[in-house]
Design a protein around this ligand. Sequence first.
Ligand code: SF4
Length: 490
Amino acid sequence: MCGILGIVDGEDVVRQLYAGLMTLQHRGQDAAGIMAYDGRFNLKKGNGLVRDVFNAKNLARLRGPTGLGHVRYPTVGGGGADDAQPFYVNAPFGISLIHNGNLTNYSALKDELYRRDFRHLDSTCDAEVILNVLADELSREQLRHFSPQSAFRAVRRVSVRIEGAYSVLAIVGSKGMLAFRDPLGIKPAIFGRNEDGWAFASESVALDVLGYEVQRDVRPGEAIFVDPEGSFHSEQLFPPRPRHCIFEWVYFARPDSVIDGLSVYETRLRLGQELANVCREQGISADVVIPVPDTARAAALSLAAALGVTFREGLIKNRYIGRTFIMPGDRLRRASVRHKLNPIKSEIAGKRVLLVDDSIVRGNTSREIVSMVREAGAKEVYFGSYSPALRYPCVYGIDMSTRGEFIARDKSTDQIEQMIGADRLIYQTIRGLESGVAGGEERLGTFCMACFDGHYPTEISKKVFATIEQERNLAHTRLASAPDGEEQDF
Ligand code: SF4
């Protein structure tokens, strides 16, 4: 998961890009970058949060009426400053590119680019591969007579070569901005306009904050081109076969965003109601419902209302910690959760507490929270996850965990219940997840739910699987051994 933002405006866009990236910071805290184009490409990128990478001095150096911004969550490659986006190639026209997603044929393509097209790549980031494939395909066009159609033909050929999930934004030198999304629309992309220009972003919240009126999502399989005068061109290159990442609604996206026509907040409310149905079926009777902050709040609220149980904020999060440091050893890991969350004893003591969280990955955090709530005097502790058991790795850009680390990979609900120390563990059903997010019959079947049900919407060979897991494991090792190594809190 990453955050992408692209703006074509009459005026300098750098301040807008900075503000927009701050809004998309939740989509990646690992690295940030801005490329502004004013006839020259002006780039600043580096590891860290947006506020750490940029300052008044380096922002003043960036200028241009067209620009790209990116926040990175590490996927393939894992995390050096060389892997931060945007990337740039000088021909044709000079192209800069950012993307959100993950190419499942990354290694094969990198090899092909070197052997067949004699292109050297400097990073281990798949955005650089997409950039070079795009540059290669664009250079096969009649560039003296460049038009948006030249870009669309090139993107059509790019989409045949690259596999996986990709939402891409690119500046094609003085020609304009190009946006395209894979035919399954796995990763989100939306655009809006104001009087002066156009903006493309991962989430509608960035458009809201910057004052662009949302137009619509970039359709799966669609390419869009906006020239510097603001003329808009689009072409549906492939029939859309939507398989949107359902985890966007469960966890990633901000609740004030609308993704592919579905309000994130409303879907979370529905997921709470679906989980309430499971609680009823399993005879769960609680005195108080408490969300694990912050993502689970909406679902916990609607679950409590549906069950007629009191909703309380019983766990308070230190919002300035943000990420869970990798701490070796149980004692330190335990301390890290406790530095981040603290219980309000008066809301917990003597009660049957139903905790609600978005998901359970490795189970360590859930175990710590259950024990913390027990120590705060809870009579019984039930744990509800408003998404089903996570069992399969994501190959489309979400580095939740390698398969071996999922607690639910080879364990029953009873075993997990025991491991996290809960009196009862209640998982959302796959059906409840889908209907909760879909909110109606017509959207059923339009989501990727592979990390829950193992049905990947693209073909993934065993070899590709093994390579991706190997790369992930390496990235985890690198991160864990780095002196300032941090782990995305999931
Ligand atoms: S596997 Fe899971 S996280 Fe990955 S794209 Fe599909 S739903 Fe999203």
